[in-house]
Ligand binder design. Structure first.
Ligand SMILES: [Fe+2]
Length: 191
């Protein structure tokens, strides 16, 4: 069984996805997954590839998200069942009943929503991601009216699964995403 690579993930997502904001979401989740992998002493390149591919069917099937993923990825040559399972498990409780069990699965479940909150918080500030602090994101986490579509309860559920405080996971998301802030459109605004 060959592990999913970033090269493969990029080629696959490009076959189903056209919208820039979805590619930015893929990059953000991928970047955060790299930081989570480093935290767990796992392979960042692998977790980044899985993160990049996680919304493979979303643009084409927003109402049937993750129901056009497993068999389709296998047919497209993906042999990595652990990657497929992690992708399915990121929709646990909503789109699928595949429970996140491994650190990679729990991380993907958590950072999918959390990277959205980190990005939305960064966008409010001139320094964007460059000097974003954990406390700013934590404040926006508590302010339910801010970026109201981001599901705080899923983020908290994910942190509980991971057994990590919210602050720590926010910090890792910021760290991972900051390394990709240009690609994410979240570099500081030039004065
Ligand atoms: Fe996602």
């Amino acid at each position: 069984m060959s592990q999913l690579t970033m090269e493969q993930a990029k080629a696959l997502l490009a076959t189903t996805t056209t919208q820039q904001h979805l590619f930015e979401h893929a990059i953000g989740v991928s970047a955060a997954m790299g930081a989570m992998a480093r935290h767990f002493g796992e392979d960042p390149a692998y977790w980044e590839a899985v993160g990049y591919l996680h919304d493979y069917d979303y643009e084409q099937f927003p109402e049937e998200h993750l129901r056009h993923t497993a068999d389709e990825l296998r047919a497209a040559g993906v042999e990595d069942e652990a990657a497929i399972r992690a992708i399915l498990a990121h929709g646990y409780g909503g789109c699928t009943d595949v429970e996140p069990l491994t650190p990679m699965e729990k991380s993907l479940f958590t950072v999918d929503e959390l990277t959205g909150l980190v990005g939305a918080t960064a966008r409010m500030r001139p320094g964007r991601l460059s000097d974003l602090e954990v406390s700013s994101v934590k404040k926006k986490f508590k302010d339910k009216k801010f970026a109201a579509k981001i599901k705080r309860e899923l983020i908290q559920q994910g942190c509980d699964m991971l057994g990590m405080p919210l602050e720590e996971v926010i910090g890792l998301c910021i760290e991972g995403m900051r390394a990709h802030m240009e690609e994410l459109g979240l570099a500081p605004v030039q004065a």
